[in-house]
Design a protein around this ligand. Structure first.
Ligand SMILES: [Zn+2]
Length: 488
């Protein structure tokens, strides 16, 4: 299933030939339409550890725009090139290369030994084959599609699990994405275990059946298949980008466009825009925490500045706890109270997928770090699944809290594309235009909804009471803005 183009070496070779024969002007013209591969595929950055003398030093590192990856004060992991390493050394930082993990878990399930929960890391090809098999064997519960290609031409497989997968229904849409960093492999296995659990236990487990019946669950187990498949596995994509620093960012890169972004980033952005996701999580390793927005702020340098927190702080905390309280590795790690943290209280990043989901789509995404080891040994995979099973189900069930409803045209009863805003919580939740359903996650309380749609009179609904548990339903019929002229 790998649709590779020319190899990197071949591309560079042809580029050099063009350069030698025709000169740099011609190369420049060719480069705009047929870019050669990166000069250093997958980047030459490696993990180094910097020991900080004080928290203020973290701010200096952030200002240097280094790729920081986890802070366990006073130690911070930074992905640096040899040049950056040398420069930091010259500046007097206490820095050392991190050794590769002692026993990198091999990738590939031995032939004939596929069992669930998985006891080995599958290859990219095995993941594709497995998902195709589910699509065949559980066609009444799932669909499989590729939402795009990686830089090296591998598919980004997504499985959609719900009852009646052939149609859109009035159900909240959730997504789970793993391994945006190719060396952080555990989440891919946990995602596949979850897929297996949802599909094979649907008939036996009432709770799972209810979840699958009432929710649309999209799972992308491997967002960086190139970094995952490379030897050695790497955080970066083929073009050397850290994909979790490649999304639009409300501070540094506020243009909400796919132009100039990496293919994996663009694919996920378009996939997200095509759906009205309300709840989401992206899975990493390297720490043990559920991290919620924001990760970036113009006021990152002012400890606990109000701008660090979203208007939905209460919901994010509850959602994060729904995950962490059921996972003893996270909840009791000791590094984060109750295993959760606001992003900026941990360390600032720009261009992360999590903040983009919330800022531009009002999709409530958290970043879940599953283990301190990037790739735990295969012998630990089953226990990691067991530590995450209840957390995953509880987290997905959070998609059903708050207020939900359908917005229709009062004249013909048809669903319309509309937006819903909760007073005091700036930011729009959009309906799914096919069914007209919206889902706004909220904790118990009384809320005011502002509903708007192009070509319709806006409507304010006061005093909507939300109880704990299942969402309150507020269906709304909007009047077309000029219907009066047509009637009289
Ligand atoms: Zn990561």
């Amino acid at each position: 299933m790998v649709r590779k183009g020319f190899s990197f070496a071949a591309r560079v070779a042809s580029w050099l030939v063009v350069l030698n024969c025709l000169g740099s002007t011609v190369y420049a013209q060719i480069a705009s339409t047929d870019l050669p591969g990166p000069l250093i595929p997958f980047s030459n950055r490696k993990a180094a550890e910097i020991v900080l003398k004080g928290r203020d030093q973290l701010r200096v590192l952030v200002e240097k725009d280094l790729i920081l990856d986890g802070l366990n004060f006073p130690r911070v992991c930074a992905w640096v090139s040899p040049e950056e390493y040398k420069q930091l050394e010259v500046e007097g930082w206490s820095i050392s290369w991190l050794p590769p993990e002692a026993e990198p878990a091999p990738i590939g399930i031995p032939k004939g030994s596929l069992a669930f929960p998985l006891e080995a890391y599958p290859t990219y090809d095995q993941i594709g084959a497995l998902l195709e098999e589910y699509a065949l064997n559980y066609s009444s519960l799932c669909r499989v599609e590729s939402i795009g290609s990686s830089a090296e031409g591998r598919n980004l497989w997504v499985i959609r699990i719900t009852d009646h997968p052939e149609i859109e229904e009035d159900e909240p849409e959730c997504k789970l994405i793993s391994t945006i960093h190719g060396n952080e492999t555990l989440g891919t296995v946990v995602m596949l275990d979850l897929v297996h659990e949802l599909l094979t236990e649907y008939e036996n487990d009432l709770r799972i059946r209810h979840l699958v019946d009432e929710t649309e669950i999209w799972i992308l187990p491997l967002m960086n298949p190139d970094g995952y498949s490379h030897t050695p596995r790497t955080r970066f994509n083929y073009n050397g980008y850290d994909l979790n620093r490649n999304f639009p960012d409300r501070v540094e890169d506020p243009a909400n466009t796919t132009a100039g972004r990496q293919p994996e980033t663009s694919a996920v952005m378009e996939f997200t825009r095509d759906h009205s996701f309300v709840l989401s999580a992206n899975f990493h390793t390297g720490s043990q925490v559920v991290n919620y927005p924001y990760d970036s702020s113009a006021y990152w340098n002012t400890w606990k500045h109000p701008d660090w927190y979203t208007p939905d702080q209460d919901v994010f905390v509850q959602n994060s706890l729904a995950y962490s309280t059921h996972n003893p590795l996270l909840y009791s790690s000791g590094q984060f109270p109750q295993g959760i943290s606001n992003g900026l209280e941990w360390y600032q990043i720009n261009g992360g997928m999590q903040d983009w989901n919330y800022v531009w789509n009002r999709c409530m995404e958290v970043t879940i770090e599953l283990s301190n080891l990037f790739s735990p040994p295969a012998s630990q995979l089953v226990s990691h699944w067991e530590a995450n099973r209840e957390s995953l189900l509880s987290y997905l069930e959070q998609s059903r809290i708050g207020i939900r409803g359908i917005i229709r045209n009062s004249q013909n009863g048809k669903p319309i594309p509309a937006s819903v805003e909760v007073s005091g919580r700036e930011g729009l939740v959009h309906t799914d235009p096919q069914v007209g359903d919206y889902h706004r996650l909220l904790l118990p309380g009384t809320y005011t909804l502002q509903i708007q749609a192009q070509g319709f009179y806006p409507l304010t609904v006061h005093g909507v009471a939300v109880q704990s548990g299942t969402a309150s339903r507020v269906d709304v019929d909007l009047d077309p803005a000029y219907s009066g002229w047509l009637i009289y």
